[in-house]
Design a protein around this ligand. Structure first.
Ligand SMILES: NC(=O)c1ccc[n+]([C@@H]2O[C@H](COP(=O)([O-])OP(=O)(O)OC[C@H]3O[C@@H](n4cnc5c(N)ncnc54)[C@H](OP(=O)(O)O)[C@@H]3O)[C@@H](O)[C@H]2O)c1
Length: 169
C-alpha cells in the first residue's frame, strides 16, 4: 500500500485563496487529478474539503470512488451512502487497506496531519502559474521539516508542471 498526496498549488505553495476560491486551477489540472483519483479508486479528504468538493459539478466523476472524509465530527452530511467518516488519518487508511495506491488530497490541515504522522509515501504537485500572497497553504498546522527526493517532472499543459517526489523516511 502506497499513500500518495496529490495537490494543485500556486508557485508559492497555496492551495486556495483565503475565501476557499480555487477557480485559478485549470481544467487540464482537474483532468489530470480526476484521472489519477479514478485510477486509484479511492480518495481521502479533510472535512472542509469534503464540504467544498462535493458541491462542485465535477464531483460527479467520483461517483464510483471509495471516499473517506477525516473528521472528529460524526454528524457530517454525507452526500453518498458509499462515503465513510474516519476520526483520524490512520483510521482512514484502515478503511482503504486493500487498495494498492491510496490518494490523499487536502486540504492543508489534513495534509499536515498525514505528513506529521509519517503516513505519506509520495507527493504529486501540479504547479499553477500564479502567486497567491494570502491563502490556504499546502501544509497547515504543527511545525516540522521533511526531506524529499525528486522522482520526476512532466508538463501537464503549456503553463503547468507536475512535480513528483518521495518522502525520505
Ligand atoms: N489545490 C488543491 O488541490 C486543493 C485540494 C483540496 C482542497 N483544497 C482547498 O483546501 C481548503 C481546505 O483546507 P483546510 O485546511 O481549511 O481544511 P481541510 O484540511 O480540508 O479540513 C480540515 C478538517 O479535517 C479534519 N481533520 C484534519 N486533520 C485531522 C485529524 N488529524 N484528525 C481528525 N480530523 C482531522 C478536521 O475536521 P473536523 O473539524 O470536522 O474535526 C479539520 O477541521 C479549501 O479551500 C479547499 O478548496 C485545495
Amino acid at each position: 500500500m502506497k499513500v500518495i498526496l496529490y495537490m494543485a498549488i500556486s508557485v508559492n505553495g497555496m492551495i486556495a485563496k483565503s475565501d476557499d476560491n480555487t477557480s485559478w486551477i485549470t481544467p487540464e489540472e482537474w483532468r489530470s487529478y480526476s484521472l489519477f483519483v479514478r485510477k486509484a479508486g479511492n480518495l481521502i479528504v479533510g472535512r472542509r474539503t469534503y464540504e467544498i468538493l462535493t458541491k462542485q459539478p465535477e464531483f460527479a466523476e467520483f461517483k464510483d470512488i471509495k471516499l473517506v472524509v477525516v473528521s472528529k465530527k460524526q454528524d457530517i452530511n454525507l452526500v453518498s451512502r458509499k462515503h465513510l467518516i474516519a476520526e483520524s488519518p490512520k483510521k482512514a487508511l484502515t478503511f482503504l487497506k486493500n487498495f494498492k495506491r491510496i490518494v490523499v488530497a487536502g486540504g492543508g490541515t489534513l495534509n499536515n496531519s498525514f505528513l506529521e504522522e509519517n503516513l505519506i509515501d509520495e507527493i504529486y504537485l501540479d504547479v499553477e502559474p500564479i502567486i497567491i500572497t494570502t491563502g490556504i497553504p499546502l501544509f497547515k498546522g504543527k511545525e516540522f521539516v521533511k526531506n524529499l527526493k525528486f522522482i520526476n517532472q512532466q508538463k501537464i499543459s503549456e503553463n503547468e508542471i507536475q512535480l513528483h517526489y518521495t518522502i525520505v523516511k
